[in-house]
Design a protein. Structure first.
Lengths: 297, 235
């Protein structure tokens, strides 16, 4: 069994001369909840559309479920095994909940009626209710139901909790965590809500300007990185920026703030040699990792 | 189930045009209730010709209106620009784009044909002289085939443009074809608008093969073009 469910290699896409993706390399492990992060316009939605065959790459390779996606036929075969929840959660305005389910069911031979009933009850979705009368949260729940009942092995979601109230957000996140835990479904989702990502993801990838800047297991990343605050008598020395293992350096007055990912003790020794009077080491949050890597400093 | 979706998507359009036809049918009764009379000396055949020309407008309208709201044009007027988000749901299903187009265009073609058949029946019932079954069949066939050329052009436009522009561009195209037909004989000879007209080919005339063949070729080419556009399109 292939343990990577989504793999891209040097994936590139340009819109009218503007590069959206520049050699994106992704490897999403099977069964993970994978947070795909980046600023607006970083290339998240473009990546998802490329995975789903809605866009064609300019260069690079996409593999889903271990198979190369090179033609419409291979894309259709992959789409039988996945589900997609778009950012705006739009479904057909001319259908009811029941009609939407009835429409989707025949495309997926492994459709599970028991799960359909379970999630209709759990999400309190009335079959006869028209889709335009559903709130955004209920539309998200309906899309999740459609994804779960079809027995999707991979769920691709573009900002699943965008525009939802905290209670609905919690309900959706619990459903996602349950899905990944009970059915070994891989959840690949983009979000701007870093706290949510931290709450349920086991892997994260941060992209910026169409390239991966950080990728790995969330716990590993948090244990690898440290925030180091240094205070000097005067301006921090220029040599500080050249120290190995420093990802980002910010200076304000006599203070320097470093994000580092190597042997911190060695780094602290070097900083003291350079004249640091005060040294503090803090664990990092996902938000700090994100901001330090995409702020463009 | 794509047929089911296509039907739910277009049933109001279909119903709206049926409503228009009913209104047209009821218009004489309605006018009579106002004690309106036709001016003396207006021949029944001229009135009937007016009915026929009115029905041609309904053919064109049906063909253009029923081709919209397909895979590409699910825009909510004023709410969003560009595509409606549900299109992404459609495209994420394990279905080829060609099949999506064929089912949607197929159902629209059937609906358009039904509407044309209703109008042909109405036109022939209003005709002062009697019409043979063969004449009716010939007229129905050429009306449907020529309308399909207009329909296919609307399908192609629906693959290229948002719905509002598709409808406007559809009417503009066929007004241009009509105008060019008056100016150039070559256009007139092959024009589908001429093929469906009882002015150009009276009811007793044999099957007008030239505009019919041209309409078939035109519809086929435009449908192939629509498939190519849709398969290359990025969403």
């Amino acid at each position: 069994m292939n343990d990577t469910i989504i793999a891209t290699h040097r994936l590139s896409k340009t819109y009218s001369g503007h590069p959206a993706l520049r050699g994106l390399d992704l490897a999403v492990p099977c069964g993970s909840i994978y947070g795909f992060l980046g600023r607006n316009g970083a290339g998240k939605t473009t990546t998802m559309k490329l995975l789903l065959g809605m866009l064609r790459p300019d260069a690079g390779e996409i593999r889903l479920f271990g198979e190369a996606i090179e033609s419409e036929a291979s894309s259709i075969a992959a789409r039988r095994r996945l589900a997609f929840v778009s950012e705006d959660k739009e479904l057909y305005n001319f259908m009811t909940v029941g009609q939407t389910i009835r429409f989707t069911r025949p495309f997926f031979p492994a459709w599970r009626r028991d799960l359909e009933e379970k999630y209709l009850d759990l999400f309190r979705l009335p079959r006869e209710k028209a889709v335009p009368k559903l709130s955004k949260g209920m539309r998200t729940q309906l899309m999740l139901l459609l994804a779960m009942a079809r027995g999707a092995e991979l769920l691709i979601m573009d900002e699943p909790t965008g525009g939802l109230d905290p209670a609905m957000t919690e309900e959706i996140l619990l459903a996602l965590a349950d899905l990944a835990a009970s059915d070994r479904t891989t959840v690949f989702f983009s979000s701007h809500q870093l706290a949510e990502v931290e709450q349920i993801c086991d892997n994260v990838c941060i992209i910026d300007e169409g390239q991966v800047v950080i990728d790995g297991q969330l716990d590993d990343l948090k244990s690898q990185y440290r925030r180091i605050l240094l205070v000097f008598d005067g301006q921090p020395p220029r040599e500080l920026a050249a120290l190995p293992g420093i990802d980002h350096l910010r200076q304000r007055g006599r203070t320097a703030s470093l994000l580092a990912h190597v042997d911190v003790d060695k780094l602290l020794d070097r900083a003291r040699e350079l004249g640091a009077r005060s040294v503090e080491v803090h664990p990092v949050t996902l938000k700090e990792l994100f901001l330090d890597h995409v702020r463009g400093e | 189930m794509l047929w089911f979706k296509a039907w739910l998507e277009t049933r109001w359009r279909f119903g709206l045009i049926v409503g228009m036809i009913l209104l047209a049918w009821l218009a004489p009764l309605w006018l009579r209730s106002f004690h309106l009379r036709l001016p003396p000396g207006v021949a029944a055949s001229r009135i009937w010709l007016g009915v026929h020309l009115g029905s041609l407008i309904i053919y064109v309208y049906s063909a253009i209106f029923l081709a919209g709201s397909g895979i590409n044009s699910q825009t909510t007027y004023g709410a969003t620009s560009g595509f409606h988000g549900s299109m992404l749901f459609t495209l994420s299903l394990p279905v080829s784009r060609r099949r999506l187009l064929f089912v949607r265009a197929g159902l629209g073609a059937i609906q358009t044909s039904v509407l044309v058949a209703i109008m042909v029946g109405y036109t022939l019932l209003q005709r002062p002289e009697s019409t043979s079954a063969l004449q009716a069949l010939v007229f129905l066939t050429r009306s449907i085939v020529c309308t399909m050329a207009i329909y296919a052009s609307s399908v192609l436009l629906a693959c290229l443009l948002d719905e509002m522009w598709q409808i406007m561009a559809g009417f503009m195209c066929w007004i241009a074809v009509l105008a060019l037909g008056f100016k150039f004989n070559a256009v007139s000879r092959i024009s589908p608008l001429r093929g469906m007209s009882l002015i150009s080919y009276p009811i007793a005339a044999p099957m007008p093969w030239t505009p019919l063949a041209a309409s078939l070729v035109f519809a086929g080419v435009l449908l192939c073009g629509s498939v190519l556009v849709l398969q290359r399109k990025e969403f």
